[in-house]
Design a protein around this ligand. Structure first.
Ligand code: NBX
Length: 823
């Protein structure tokens, strides 16, 4: 067919064109004349104006890909933590300043418009945000890709702090409409649950199995365009919403049962109602397993549909689709693709298995054994009787292979089985993902090594060629250009803007570290960013912080392994020094925390309370005299984070070594010129290598030391007894000093630290406090500190998600860019 011609009109990106389109949307889309348009009307009209540009590129992308012999990346993730779209799209389109100009002319403040956008909080933390960065990079590198996931009606909860405690409020992100998505009511899939299976012979006399399910729901596609940076590639994020199948169809089943039909509707729609707010698997929750299968089945059916449109033969599927499993949440896809190919498409087992293994890749994101997903066989088989059979068959063939390789080694067979029978029976999702994928990767060098040596050791021994490392990255567009316009301008003034696509070029800044005038400018930008954050902190918490003090920041999900409470112990130590010696010489510091705790994670919530309680005491104590401030920044999300990373002097990356798979916040801070105090964990190791050991504050045990200490028996009391300062710190908490004399409140926390702490805070406390002392000294030499800060930014190129995605494309997906032309 003829290429679509759609120049002029809404495709017109001139200033006049944009202004006209905006006015049209106020009028025809929002149905308002300008003088009564609300803030939301204006936001919506801007969003639609920008979306028109995206759709134009999207259609060009689809049009130019059609009929080509290309390969599409399909990124399967239960979470996509995108953050606000409007500003990001303006940057990628290159019309940020134009739109600022239009807003000014029309007489309103664009920041207020930006602020109107509700972010889609469809993720918990690092894993969901990584998926969003990878979509940005895929499009920016002009790689054809589809992100597949779930359109949760309620994303991650909004966090409020009341009386120092976290309170959760539901996230109603769709309340005022979502201008970025297109509902595709004609793109639907049927997804079934429960029931039983039945053998039969097909017309060629072959043994087959059919699944007679108990219930079926409908998945409806909602599409969000994902535009790359200054390219025309506009990819797709396709999220599935669950609905009941058409009412006339179950009229046949439920004659006269109106209420039954309504119940069914409510039940079906439940599947995509809410994101599970845990950053660890919730054991045994049926609805969570239903969510996983629902989106995986819809996505695989959709890929097969798209593939068949192009007339491809099924045994060549893996040449045209590369599917990446973002952790084990979509690992059921291995069994589902087998079911679709064998049961629905009539393929034989062996060729279907070959296609499956060549198609899937699996990324692991955790080393915590308790975080490895497993499902009770009873629950699993009840929901997916056919998949259970398929998994048994995969397992039978796989374990035969293990026995051939290691005859008589039944212990190994039990360790590697897809079914855990060491007490109850469970389906091990990581094993399913490993067996069904041709590529397995960790997310930082250390993590990938530990996977091979420990968590997935047997799998590595059997198929070492499947394993590789893909160190995480973050998009410099959102986390530098968008978040830190001041620094971006300063850098552009020196080295131009090509680094935005090729952040390795930030190295050109290195000589500027020796230029006093540049350092002065660098500090000016940081100070502006700190003033900006100070204003937001005042608005949200009422706390006044001094932008001249050192901003020492730890923002991330609350988790004991991330050790926010180690940071608190250090704060209390400083406070204790001030109380003992009122003239104690401390470089003024503002400690800023932020992050959500899983609603059912008692210890994490107690740590939030502790931070706030210590803050209340310290911030009000006149003896402190401006030397210490402690702030808990409520409701950390992508939108709020933009104020935080650019304002940091010091980034806290203090997890117990061997526990944090990679971390990505560490990258966002350092790119923005913060220095890191951190352990040799996750990507910290590589960050330190890149920026130079002299520009990084290292402390604590290594992963190896943590393991051997655990093996030999960790005895926190020994560290406690050897360190009088630590004793005073713990005594202040235990005595109720921060809790109006209540000795019970923080007892669970104190007891954990003293008697059975798997995260070894006391073992690292001494070296942490020492290195914090060196940080204090270093910050006094502002010229030197600035030098280190500049070198951090200049040397962070490696941690762009573009680099990470290039590696995935070359090593795992074998896909190439497809440049898109606009005319
Ligand atoms: O994935 C995180 C890791 O903890 C980080 O070290 C890493 O940088 C990041 C990206 O690779 N994992 C994570 O965020 N997990 C989850 O959010 C999660 C959510 C649901 C669930 C299990 C884990 N069931």
């Amino acid at each position: 067919s003829e290429p679509v011609s759609c120049t002029g009109g809404r495709a017109d990106m001139s200033l006049d064109g944009l202004r006209r389109t905006f006015r049209e949307h106020v009028f025809y889309t929002q149905g308002r004349f300008p003088s009564v348009a609300t803030r939301n009307d204006l936001y919506m009209a801007f969003a639609y104006t920008v979306r028109d540009q995206l759709l134009h590129r999207w259609i060009k992308t689809v049009e130019q890909m059609a009929g080509k012999d290309l390969k599409i990346v399909s990124y399967l993730s239960a979470e996509f933590l995108l953050g606000p779209h409007l500003e990001n799209n303006l940057i990628n389109l290159g019309i940020y300043d134009d739109v600022l100009g239009i807003a000014k002319e029309e007489g309103f403040d664009i920041q207020v418009i930006f602020d109107q956008e509700e972010e889609p909080g469809l993720g918990n933390g690092g894993l969901g945000r990584l998926a969003a960065c990878y979509l940005d990079s895929l499009a920016s590198l002009e790689v054809p890709a589809i992100g597949y996931g779930i359109r949760y009606e309620f994303g991650i909860f909004d966090q409020e702090i009341r009386d120092g405690w976290q309170v959760e409020r539901t996230d109603q992100w769709l309340r005022l409409g979502n201008p970025w998505e297109l509902a595709r009511p004609e793109i639907t899939c049927r997804v079934s649950f429960g029931g039983r299976t039945e053998p039969y012979q097909d017309d060629r006399g072959r043994y087959r199995v059919r699944w007679i399910p108990h219930r079926t729901v409908k998945g409806v596609a909602y599409d969000t365009p994902i535009l790359g940076y200054r390219v025309n590639t506009c990819n797709l994020l396709r999220l599935w919403k669950a609905e009941a199948i058409e009412s006339f169809e179950f009229e046949a089943f439920n004659v006269g049962d109106y209420y039954g039909a309504v119940d069914e509707k409510i039940y079906s729609e439940n599947i995509t109602k809410v994101l599970y707010p845990n950053d660890e698997p919730v054991q045994g929750k049926q609805l969570r397993l239903e969510q996983q299968y629902f989106f995986v089945s819809c996505s695989l059916q959709d890929m097969l549909r798209i593939y068949k449109l192009g007339g491809g033969k099924l045994d060549r599927f893996s040449r045209h689709f590369a599917i990446q499993l973002n952790d084990t949440h979509p690992a059921l896809g291995v069994a589902e693709l087998m079911r679709l190919l064998v049961d629905e498409e009539g393929m034989d087992w062996e060729p279907a298995w070959d296609v499956t293994c060549k198609t899937f890749g699996y990324t692991n994101h955790t080393l915590l054994p308790e975080a490895l997903e497993k499902w009770p066989v009873e629950l699993f088989a009840g929901l997916f009787p056919r998949h259970m059979e398929i998994i048994y068959e995969i397992n039978r063939r796989f374990l035969d292979e293990v026995r051939r390789r290691w005859p008589g080694d039944e212990a190994r067979v039990a360790r590697m089985s897809l079914i855990d029978e060491s007490g109850g029976r469970f389906v091990r999702m990581a094993h399913l993902a490993c067996v069904g994928s041709h590529a397995i990767n960790g997310v930082a060098e250390l993590h990938s090594r530990l996977l091979k040596e420990d968590v997935l050791r047997d799998f590595h021994e059997m198929t070492p060629e499947k394993f590789s490392n893909k160190t995480n990255g973050v998009t410099p567009r959102r986390f530098l250009v968008l978040a830190n316009p001041g620094l971006t301008r300063l850098i552009e003034g020196k080295i131009g803007d090509t680094w935005i696509r090729r952040p390795e070029e930030l190295r050109k800044l290195e000589p500027c570290a020796d230029d006093p005038a540049f350092r002065e400018e660098w500090r000016r930008v940081k100070l502006e960013n700190k003033k900006n954050l100070a204003r937001v902190i005042r608005e949200r918490t009422g706390i006044e912080v001094d932008p001249a003090s050192m901003f020492d920041i730890q923002v991330k999900r609350l988790h004991e392994y991330k050790r926010q409470h180690l940071n608190v112990l250090h704060i209390i130590a400083l406070y204790d020094r001030i109380k003992r010696n009122p003239s104690y010489d401390l470089c003024p510091r503002t400690f800023i925390f932020g992050g959500k705790a899983a609603p059912g994670y008692f210890m994490a919530k107690l740590i939030i309370k502790l931070i706030n309680s210590v803050g209340d005491t310290v911030n009000r104590d006149p003896d402190v005299n401006g030397r210490l401030k402690v702030v808990f920044f409520p409701d950390l999300n992508v939108k709020n984070a933009k104020f935080i990373y650019p304002a940091a002097d010091l980034s806290e990356q203090i997890s117990t070594a061997g526990k944090e798979a990679s971390g990505t916040g560490n990258m966002k801070f350092s790119m923005n010129g913060a220095l890191t105090i951190g352990t040799l964990d996750g990507a910290n190791v590589e960050i330190r290598e890149e920026v130079g050991a002299e520009n990084f504050f290292l402390f604590g045990l290594t992963a190896e030391e943590v393991y051997s200490l655990k093996r030999d028996g960790y005895r926190p009391m020994e560290y406690f007894q050897a360190n009088p300062e630590l004793q005073r710190v713990v005594e202040r908490i235990a005595s109720g000093y921060f809790s109006n004399g209540d000795r019970e409140l923080f007892k669970p926390l104190v007891d954990a630290l003293m008697f059975h702490d798997t995260f070894m805070l006391f073992a690292d406390f001494g070296s942490y406090a020492d290195v914090q002392g060196r940080v204090d000294e270093a910050y006094r030499d502002r010229e030197h500190w600035t030098r280190m800060s500049i070198l951090n930014s200049a040397r962070m190129g490696k941690f762009s998600s573009d680099r990470a995605i290039r590696e995935y494309c070359e090593d795992i997906w074998k896909v190439k860019p497809v440049p898109i032309l606009l005319e």
